[in-house]
Design a protein around this ligand. Structure first.
Ligand SMILES: NC(=O)c1ccc[n+]([C@@H]2O[C@H](COP(=O)([O-])OP(=O)(O)OC[C@H]3O[C@@H](n4cnc5c(N)ncnc54)[C@H](O)[C@@H]3O)[C@@H](O)[C@H]2O)c1
Length: 312
């Protein structure tokens, strides 16, 4: 692991928000991990990002650079931290042990219950006892992960939405044992990133995905049954309801593999058959049509992940 150290701070400068600018860990350098690392680095934090996947690690710095460029184009205002400094603020590693000095960790590993349960057990061993462990899970109840640690009061959910750098609010999930101090630390960290935390109680899928996943699944079922094609389904929501993006385009943005994984988590945690991923969703995932990240899902995209143009 290497932090390209052009920075002259000792990593413990106080931001004035109650959150010290020490090392923050991000676990998983996929879509969410890189986006969250970007938010943190642009706000002046030093980040250690861990991913066991060779190709994820190899491509992560370039994805971070692209993300910073895009955000600066869209926001039309330079970030708080110069580009080179933001890039140098993130160290990439395959070793979880490199989080030994982290004061706050955000989990962005895949949405699989056994994988995240093991990860929280391991993080509890590796990280300092007073570090906060936040999960970016889409649906797994926080308590299920907190129970794997000896610090359940320091575990909570921070459900960033995709793309993390563009969103102004985060669904913050308070587990039954999350302490007030942990909640305050997380909200202060978010405030320093220019984001609001919207606090909800624990439960499978929280508020957002309990509703959204069912909607995407149902919209896919409508396509499966031939009631309407994907473009028509999305037009109903966009033009009749005024939604910025229809449910199938939203599914493509999230990633249809992540949608299916999340539905299975909801099915397991609630026992409610409505969360069983429909055939159309499973067919697209099996075919490798995962949405924007592969250039094709319910819709086709030009220029894969970068292209915002949607072919109808
Ligand atoms: N994609 C979205 O729109 C979205 C939005 C909100 C929340 N989430 C949640 O964020 C998390 C990550 O989703 P994503 O879309 O970034 O997934 P992704 O598939 O893009 O990235 C996951 C990364 O985790 C790595 N990984 C695999 N096993 C690991 C392990 N044991 N430890 C650490 N890393 C590991 C993979 O190599 C990969 O790079 C999931 O819990 C997901 O439900 C996703």
């Amino acid at each position: 692991m290497h932090h390209d150290d052009t920075d002259d701070t000792d990593g413990t400068e106080n931001t004035g928000t109650g959150v010290e600018k020490g090392v923050i860990g991000v676990v998983g350098a996929g879509t969410m991990g890189v986006g969250i690392a970007q938010c943190l680095a642009e706000a002046g934090h030093r980040v250690v990002a861990v991913d066991p996947g060779e190709s994820a690690l190899a491509t992560a710095p370039a994805r971070l650079r692209d993300g910073i460029r895009l955000a600066r184009m869209v926001r039309k205002a330079p970030g708080a931290v110069p580009m080179d400094r933001a890039l140098a603020a993130v160290a990439w590693t395959a070793r979880l042990e490199d989080l030994a000095g982290a004061r706050f960790v955000v989990d962005c590993a895949p949405e699989r219950i056994p994988l995240k349960e093991k990860l929280f057990r391991d993080l509890d061993q590796v990280c300092p006892p007073d570090a906060v462990l936040a999960t970016g899970t889409s649906a797994i109840p926080v308590e299920r992960l907190a129970a794997r640690t000896r610090r359940p009061e320091r575990v909570l959910g921070m459900h960033f939405m995709n793309p993390a750098p563009m969103k102004e609010a985060v669904e913050v999930v308070r587990g039954p044992r999350t302490s007030e101090a942990t909640l305050d630390t997380a909200l202060a960290l978010l405030a320093g990133l220019g984001k609001q935390g919207i606090v909800v109680a624990d439960g499978p899928g929280f508020v957002s995905n309990r509703v959204l996943m069912l909607t995407v699944n149902e919209a896919a079922t409508v396509v499966q049954q031939g009631t309407a094609d994907p473009a028509t389904v999305d037009r109903i929501f966009e033009q009749c309801f005024g939604h910025t993006m229809g449910p199938l385009a939203t599914g493509d943005l999230i990633g249809l593999d992540t949608i299916v994984d999340t539905l299975y988590v909801l099915l397991e945690c609630t026992g409610d058959e409505r969360f069983h991923p429909c055939e159309e969703l499973r067919r697209l995932v099996t075919a490798g049509h995962l949405g924007r990240k592969t250039g094709r899902g319910f819709h086709r995209y030009r220029g894969a992940e970068k292209g915002v143009a949607r072919g109808r």
